[in-house]
Ligand binder design. Sequence first.
Ligand SMILES: Cc1cc2nc3c(=O)[nH]c(=O)nc-3n(C[C@H](O)[C@H](O)[C@H](O)COP(=O)(O)O)c2cc1C
Length: 177
Amino acid sequence: MSGPGASAVRPAEFRQAMGRWATGVSVVTAHDGSSDAGLTVNALLSVALEPPTVLVSLQRDVDTLPVLRRAGAFGVSFLAADQQELSERFARAVPAEEKFRGVRLHRGAGGTPFLDGALGGLDCRLVTAEPLYDHVLVVGEVVRLDPGREGAPLLFYRGRYGEADGPDRLRLPPRAP
Ligand SMILES: Cc1cc2nc3c(=O)[nH]c(=O)nc-3n(C[C@H](O)[C@H](O)[C@H](O)COP(=O)(O)O)c2cc1C
């Protein structure tokens, strides 16, 4: 396997190219028994159905990572279109207490926080957190589904937020009866 450093593609170019890949937006959270932590994440992937498994790719130096490791668990809240403010808040480089101040939430069995008003969530047991280059690949087994509400998802595309509703935005096929 070849190591890093050989690519002719620069990080800024890569980021711009990946911006063409439209995603939803989630907030990944953890609780280590004394404190909460969380960050906005769009590098989220469903990797297996049996057992139900997800992967999130986190920058090595994010403050949420040590809390998540200590907790041995994490949560994922899928943001709704009207939760852009929460996405911006959890993407800020500020202490976790500031991120969570005034945020309405509920907790999973192990105390993992989930954001009220999200479209749903995943309560995960940490399976492994594997460093890879400048990121850590965090893999979790989904042990509980956090019920959410019906609504339009918050989308992220080319560095901007969007909604999947409305005539001049992305259109979704009508829901089956
Ligand atoms: C739309 C969006 C998606 C993001 N996706 C990720 C991601 O997948 N992984 C990551 O490590 N950071 C991601 N970030 C950046 C983090 O949310 C940001 O660095 C955050 O401040 C880290 O918080 P922490 O240090 O308190 O854990 C994203 C930011 C935005 C706005």
